[in-house]
Design a protein around this ligand. Structure first.
Ligand SMILES: C[S@@+](CC[C@H](N)C(=O)[O-])C[C@H]1O[C@@H](n2cnc3c(N)ncnc32)[C@H](O)[C@@H]1O
Length: 211
């Protein structure tokens, strides 16, 4: 594991419970973000042949549970063992494993979908291509990716989050840069959404592995 990943893991181990106490409520109010995830779920059900879906960087598992509620056979993966424990406690019927989105525990062309919802925020822009190449490897032809992130540029290095010490960098991206990295590994960008107002908007992209 890289030093960067070790810092992300340690930081989320520290904030796991506070994150779980606050962020799922925010997600419940994020109507447009959930609309994009609903579109993803429909596409996966149409094209995925019933194959599994992975929520990469699942945190406390609320997005995984939301997608399971929409009928997807989804499980969560996260770098942080404390996040995975939190997710297992909150969603006992679902599967959550410790792992990295940079090396998914899945065979080539074995998944119908990959979700990276606010989990690329600790990946430097120059490393997006390697992560998306991994997503492409595990996706079946016709499989779909959805990513959600904060729009902006330049890393932030908060020393505290949720009232606790952290040691990660937080990256915001231009949507064109994320779209370019997806296209660069052979994923087709099928849709984009920006929401949340002019200052610090959110963005989401849908992409698929061509058949
Ligand atoms: C901002 S939280 C997002 C959690 C959840 N997806 C959500 O929407 O609230 C970022 C999560 O991504 C995880 N993460 C960051 N880099 C990762 C990687 N390379 N592999 C797996 N998980 C990662 C972190 O441990 C953390 O739980």
């Amino acid at each position: 594991m890289s030093a960067r990943e070790a810092a992300v893991r340690a930081s989320y181990d520290t904030v796991a419970q506070e994150y779980a106490d606050r962020v799922p409520q925010r997600f419940a109010g994020d109507v447009l973000g959930r609309a994009l995830l609903s579109g993803f779920a429909e596409l996966v059900k149409r094209d995925g042949g019933g194959l599994p879906v992975v929520d990469a960087g699942c945190g406390p598992g609320h997005v995984t549970a939301h997608l399971a509620g929409l009928g997807l056979p989804v499980h969560g993966v996260d770098l942080s063992p404390r996040m995975v424990e939190t997710a297992r406690r909150a969603h006992a019927g679902l599967r959550f494993e410790v792992g990295s989105m940079t090396a998914l525990d899945a065979g080539d062309a074995s998944l119908a979908g990959v979700v990276a919802w606010w989990s690329l925020v600790h990946t430097p822009p120059e490393e997006l291509a390697a992560v998306f190449a991994e997503f492409r490897r595990v996706l079946v032809p016709g499989g779909h990716v959805v990513v959600g992130f904060r729009v902006g540029s330049g890393p932030r290095s908060p020393r505290r989050a949720y009232g606790l010490p952290v040691s990660y960098e937080f990256h915001r991206f231009a949507p064109e840069r994320v779209a370019g990295a997806l296209a660069g590994v052979g994923l087709e960008v099928d849709g984009r959404l920006m929401w949340g107002g002019e200052a610090d908007p959110s963005a989401g992209l849908l992409a698929s592995r061509p058949t």
